[in-house]
Design a protein around this ligand. Structure first.
Ligand SMILES: *Cc1c(COP(=O)(O)O)cnc(C)c1O
Length: 480
């Protein structure tokens, strides 16, 4: 082995640098490998340069006493780097976290039916912004407006890039340089640095906080109203819940107060739910329809949380306000993309049939997934291990709870079956890392120093992949 050991060896740094193989030579060797025969030349050269640059840096830093600069080692490093470079960065993963709407893992999974529509629309020209009746320019939100109004009972609707944008544009349109009254218990931060006070400041509205963290009363809102008040705002508490000695004002009461004072009421619903989850034995979660029926002037919600569609921000409510939002120049900056719009329309159409929606929308299907089915999935994955005599490795099926995620029903526990993997030699962190390094990566969770794969969120076509990964882990573990 060629070592860089400056203190003990006669060779100096310069001589080491000279020993690094030349780019051309490396290129010829690497491009001769059949795996890389179709790799574009510039990509191969760039990969070689990156790896060599890293090596030169290491040599010049003189921190390490030994650096392997054998040609074969360098070639292997470059090949690994190049292989990774040629793979798409955005890749499918297997969700073993048990969190159904997981923002870091892409929130909602779309059904093949929805994707068929997206693919059809995107592969040809479409009437995205073209009114076929007049032959003139149309509005892209009109594609889904009527559908949303039918489903929610709202007078008008529009759609934008995401709910954060929807909240921002609504506040800016209604309350720029005016006052917005909001309860202290609802000044939430949602992951990814969405904070109500920050969005409020960005919109130009002046936030008037009322009540306390745990208790807000109607008179708190009432006494905060001034001639400058432009909006009463209610925000879904999303991913946290206040329990114990609490009080909050219902949307009905807020609507009454708003009507009395001629001030609109807005509700940032966060997740946005169109179905009665209590029918499925879950906790009650207000639906958008109920909000509209309660008389709220404007409500906003996400497309990719409980709704189970693509990332989008949906605004429903009074026509006069929606019209003003549509005219706001910010609407152009936050406009929804056509792939998203196609997916959103197809998802909303699934809601037109409430009888099948818990089967056709994957997010709802996972929420409603039966314990028997989850257990069956766990047993399938574990089947081949039961026959092994595993001394140092414990693979068990255990009952745990999954979560809905996406800020919906934070207290709702969904009973589920998990596969727990415990090794005498490998720490839970290392097990976790092993599964994440698989192709496709498998993401589990660590709870009480134990690694779990929650089967609720493992899709049926992923079962064999997980099984294979556990088998490989067993072999590696045995040889360690
Ligand atoms: C998630 C959430 C948002 C942000 O929605 P995005 O679609 O992620 O932009 C805003 N408000 C509440 C209450 C939320 O739960």
């Amino acid at each position: 082995m060629i070592y860089l050991n400056l203190k003990e060896r006669f060779m100096n740094t310069h001589e080491y640098l000279k020993n690094i193989p030349k780019v051309d030579k490396l290129y010829n060797i690497i491009s001769a490998d059949t795996i890389f025969q179709d790799a574009p030349r510039t990509v191969v050269i760039q990969s070689i340069q990156v790896v060599l640059e890293e090596l030169r840096k290491e040599i010049l830093e003189e921190k390490k006493t030994a650096i392997d600069i054998r040609e074969s080692t360098i070639i292997k490093t470059i090949k690994d780097f190049l292989f990774k470079t040629l793979q798409p960065n955005l890749t499918n993963i297997i969700n073993g976290t048990g969190i159904i709407v997981h923002t870091n893992l892409g929130r909602s999974v779309l059904s093949s039916e929805v994707l068929k529509h997206v693919s059809k629309i995107a592969s040809h020209y479409s009437n995205l912004e073209f009114d076929l009746n007049t032959g003139k320019r149309g509005q892209r939100y009109s594609i889904v407006e009527t559908l949303i109004c039918f489903l929610t009972g709202a007078e008008a609707a529009t759609v934008l890039n995401n709910n954060a944008g929807a909240v921002l544009i609504a506040l800016q349109t209604i309350a720029d340089r005016k006052e917005v009254v909001v309860s202290r218990g609802e000044l939430v931060e949602i992951g990814g640095s969405f904070r109500i006070p920050d969005i409020m400041a960005l919109s130009g509205a002046c936030m008037i906080e009322v009540g306390t963290t745990n208790r807000t009363h109607l008179y708190d809102y009432e006494s905060a109203i001034t001639p400058e008040t432009a909006l009463l705002l209610k925000v879904h508490q999303s991913n946290y819940a206040i329990t114990g000695f609490t009080a909050s004002v219902s949307i009905k009461e807020m609507v009454e107060l708003g009507k009395k004072n001629n001030i609109p009421v807005m509700n940032d619903l966060g997740s946005g739910n169109l179905v009665d989850l209590s029918k499925k034995g879950l906790m009650y979660e207000t639906t958008v329809q109920e909000m509209i029926a309660a008389g709220v002037d404007i409500a906003t919600f996400s497309g990719d949380k409980l709704l189970g569609g693509p990332q989008a921000g949906i605004i429903v409510g009074k026509k006069i306000i929606i019209d003003a939002i549509k005219k706001n120049p910010m609407a152009r900056a936050l406009r929804i993309d056509k792939l998203t719009l196609a997916a959103l329309e197809a998802t909303l159409r699934l809601y037109q049939n409430p009888k099948t929606v818990f089967e056709t929308v994957p997010t709802l299907r996972l929420i409603d997934r039966s314990l028997t089915e989850i257990k069956d999935c766990a047993e399938k994955i574990c089947k081949s291990f039961k026959s092994f005599n595993l001394k140092n490795l414990n693979i068990d099926i255990v009952k745990r709870n999954s979560k809905i995620g996406g800020g919906a029903l934070p207290l709702q526990k969904l009973p589920s079956y998990c596969i727990s993997i415990v090794s005498d030699f490998v720490s839970p962190d290392k097990i976790d890392k092993y599964f994440r390094s698989q192709t496709p990566p498998i993401v589990g969770r660590i709870e009480n120093d134990q690694f779990f794969l929650d089967c609720r969120t493992i899709l049926s076509d992923e079962i064999s992949i997980v099984e294979e990964a556990i088998k490989r882990f067993h072999r590696i573990e045995k040889n360690d």
